[in-house]
Ligand binder design. Structure first.
Ligand code: T1G
Ligand code: NAD
Length: 700
């Protein structure tokens, strides 16, 4: 076993350096290495103090997530006992932190007697994002060190804090501008030479006393976190553990925390969120595009069409510090687009999420033009004009003429064939789809659409660009609606059929909302604008298979001029200036009349059937997409749905959830539904095969 911890001695101070690349994860090997090194130095009379630090890019990313749920579980020492031993040490132990110290790693430093860090260090307890609670004393030591409310914020949100913030709230004792190890050794020497008393976090009590007199803190916190933690177990478990820190003695609180940790680590929610963690890293790996494929530097960008999407896309470039030029058909359209951009930035400033200075800085990076000649210096150009193939081809012909030969031409189309668009240019290898999600400056997903001729370099460049823009890029192939929208259609289609058969928008939306989606299909449609989908359906009507069932309900709603919130009426009606959907008898009457027109006798439909009829066809479409190779992995589909459509992360994504439900169950229900209703519900061959073999999507 390679040495996971090396020990060096500097002026009687032992420096224990963690070595477990790539992130010094506290797996079994590193825990054992640290215990052994610690024991060795503790018994060494030549050592008066210790410094713990990490090698490489960071102190440590915490526990090794890959070990979770392993059977048999990895042996001892476990982290809590290791940290208790460090804290109990008679010799002062100093943590010297750089890069990041996350989860169990931050908990190790909380067991140390002093915490020093390099200026751009980030610290946090992100366990809640993995569906667990900090399991090595974090919920007991952090509130003792910094107080209950700052600890609640850090632990329940799981967000990382900067070194400056960490120092301000008391996590860090010092930020070191110069040589970190040097400073740590000097601090350790001072501790010894001045015989300073050792401060053990677990013995600190003042900050808890404050909270002991204000138990309402927790009720208030539970109320304020309700909306963003809806459906998640871990955030509430975090609050309960911190409450235990206030109400119970330290050792009892540690037991409460550990029991909670072990219960959650075995939960489906945590399995789903850990799966999502690795899926978000796997999605960036393209098997046939080597990691060292050279990618083009993106120093300047341009966005063609500055409507709903174009403006948000441009903001992503400005937010990443990349100058971006907006191109439109008229000065008015440009001004309108800029007004929307300014409005978005101003709202972030008013919410304290952005400084006025940063806003102006970013606006300076956004310029405008009506002239194709001004696009000649852009390295990447993203087209976001109306969803009409003829118009997009015209725009791409122009871009091909005016842009520099090496520039990448991308389309934000949500449904159209990238190959068609590429074929009107002389650089099909540099044409790709970059499908952002609305609102484009907020949603984290970029569905990058690889055409038949898209080059490896273009793929590598755009996948890297996704990361640069703070997005998660998922590479997909060309088909109608790509991955996300194609699966959405399968789910929406059945929802419309259910309306014809007996239910109403409110019931379906409630079922889907309670399942954990941000909203149901009808409230979502009203938010996005029903006219966008209507235009697409009209364009597609020529190729619609006539032998398959089609619901006209959505078209009939649009024919009434009801396009959703933007017209104060869609599937619901809206009071002017209010976005609360109100069921509308007009829609109810329309739906009932359409059932009658089709001779459908409306029936009682229960919530379980709605959930199955909406979610199982979505999964079935995912299976077809995998069979066709339009998506590389089931986990890519899950990343697309979690980050593009708000599929609940605590369910992992539709394909992961399918395995939890059981592929055989889904296959059997789909087969029954197909017999009872329509061919659209015919199980995909892959679904049938997996069901027959008793396997799941995770086995692919
Ligand atoms: N365990 C196992 N593997 C990990 C890991 C971890 N904690 N962190 C990262 N990796 C892998 C990752 O999958 C990838 O692998 C490679 O390292 C590089 O990561 C008791 C129980 C540290 C900010 O939640 O946030 O402590 O894809 O691509 O962008 O209370 O990784 O190359 O094969 O993300 O530079 C809490 C998770 C654990 C931190 C670096 N800790 N990691 O980001 O690289 S629970 C976390 C991160 C815990 C205790 C509990 C980020 C990073 P591969 P990367 P990066
Ligand atoms: P939009 O109607 O809000 O904006 C389109 C803009 O393109 C308008 O400002 C228009 O003036 C401009 N335009 C039209 N012809 C042009 C030309 N020849 N040159 C330059 N500009 C031109 O549309 P949108 O919702 O932003 O959609 C744009 C694209 O993004 C479409 O392909 C759509 O399918 C796709 N998309 C939309 C969404 C969404 O939720 N709205 C989500 C993902 C992708």
């Amino acid at each position: 076993m390679p040495d996971t911890v090396t020990v060096s001695n500097r002026h009687g101070v032992a420096i224990l350096t963690l070595h477990n690349p790539p992130v010094n994860g506290f797996g079994f090997a590193l825990r054992t290495g640290l215990r052994d090194a610690f024991d060795e130095t503790r018994q060494n009379n030549g050592i008066q103090a210790l410094v713990i630090t990490g090698s490489g890019k960071m102190f440590s990313a915490g526990a090794d997530i890959r070990e979770f749920g392993c059977t048999p579980p990895p042996g001892t020492p476990d982290l809590p006992e290791l940290i208790n031993a460090i804290e109990a040490s008679e010799k002062p132990v100093i943590a010297a932190i750089h890069g990041v110290a996350l989860g169990g790693a931050l908990e190790v430093t909380l067991g140390c007697h002093l915490r020093l860090a390099a200026p751009n260090t980030r610290l946090g307890l992100p366990e809640v994002t993995l569906g667990i609670v900090p399991g090595a004393g974090g919920t007991q030591r952090l509130p003792r060190l910094i107080g209950v409310e700052p600890a609640l914020t850090m632990i329940v949100s799981g967000t990382l804090v900067s070194a400056v913030k960490a120092k301000a709230i008391g996590v860090l004792d010092e930020i070191v501008e110069g040589d970190l190890i040097d400073a740590a050794v000097k601090s350790a020497r001072r501790y010894v030479d001045e015989n300073r008393p050792i401060r053990r976090t677990s013995t600190l009590n003042d900050r808890l006393t404050e909270a002991r007199n204000k138990p309402e803190i927790f009720e208030k916190y539970r109320k304020q976190m309700a909306r963003r933690s809806r459906g998640f177990e871990a955030p509430y478990a975090c609050v309960a553990c911190i409450e235990a820190a206030v109400e119970q003695p330290f050792t009892a609180g540690l037991v409460t925390e550990r029991e909670t940790f072990l219960r959650l680590i075995a939960s489906d929610q945590s399995k789903a969120q850990r799966y999502a963690f690795f899926a978000e890293r796997e999605v960036a790996k393209i098997p046939d595009v080597p990691r060292d494929t050279p990618n083009l530097p993106i120093k300047a960008a341009a966005v063609i069409g500055c409507g709903t999407m174009g403006g948000g896309i441009a903001m992503n470039f400005a937010n990443a510090g990349i100058p971006v030029r907006l191109f439109e058909v008229s000065r008015e359209a440009l001004e309108e687009g800029l007004r929307t951009i300014r409005k978005h930035y101003a709202s972030s400033v008013s919410k304290g999420r952005l400084s006025q200075g940063k806003m102006e800085e970013r606006l300076k990076l956004i310029s405008t033009t009506l002239d194709y000649d001004d696009l000649s210096d852009a390295d990447v150009l993203i087209e976001a004009v109306f969803e009409e193939i003829k118009l997009k081809k015209e725009v791409f012909k122009n871009l091909d003429t005016y842009c520099k030969p090496e520039a990448i031409l991308a389309s934000n189309t949500s449904t159209l064939d990238i190959n068609d668009i590429a074929n009107v240019t002389n650089r099909p290898g540099q044409v790709i789809g970059t499908h952002f999600f609305s609102p484009a400056h907020v949603m984290k997903l970029m569905e990058n659409v690889r055409g038949m001729q898209t080059s490896e370099q273009t793929v590598a460049t755009i996948m890297k660009l996704s990361k640069t823009l703070g997005k998660i890029g998922a590479l997909v192939g060309v088909c109608d609606g790509f991955v996300g929208n194609r699966m959405l259609y399968a789910y929406r289609r059945q929802a419309d059929f259910l309306l014809e058969e007996g239910t109403l928008p409110k019931q379906i939306d409630t079922v889907i909302y309670n399942f954990g989606m941000p909203m149901g299909p009808y409230a979502m449609g009203d938010l996005a604008g029903l006219d966008v989908g209507w235009r697409i359906r009209q364009a597609q009507s020529v190729n619609r298979p006539t032998h398959l069932r089609y619901s006209t309900i959505a078209d009939r709603v649009c024919e009434l001029g009801r396009f959703g919130q933007k017209t104060d009426a869609g599937w619901y009606r809206y009071e002017p200036g209010n976005r609360t959907p109100i069921p509308d008898p007009v829609i109810e009457r329309l739906i009932i009349s359409i059932s009658e027109e089709h001779g459908i006798v409306r029936r009682e439909i229960n919530d379980q059937e709605i959930l199955e009829r909406c979610m199982y066809p979505l999964i079935n479409e995912g299976a077809k997409i995998l069979e066709e190779g339009v998506a590389l992995r089931p986990s890519d589909i899950d990343v697309i749905w979690v980050h593009g459509y708000g599929f609940p992360r605590y369910r992992g994504g539709p394909m992961f959830w399918a395995d939890l439900v059981g592929v055989r169950t889904i296959y059997e229900v789909m087969s029954r539904l197909a017999d009872e209703h329509d061919e659209w519900l015919e199980p995909a061959p892959l679904l049938r095969r997996l069901a027959k073999e008793g396997r799941g999507f995770a086995d692919l």
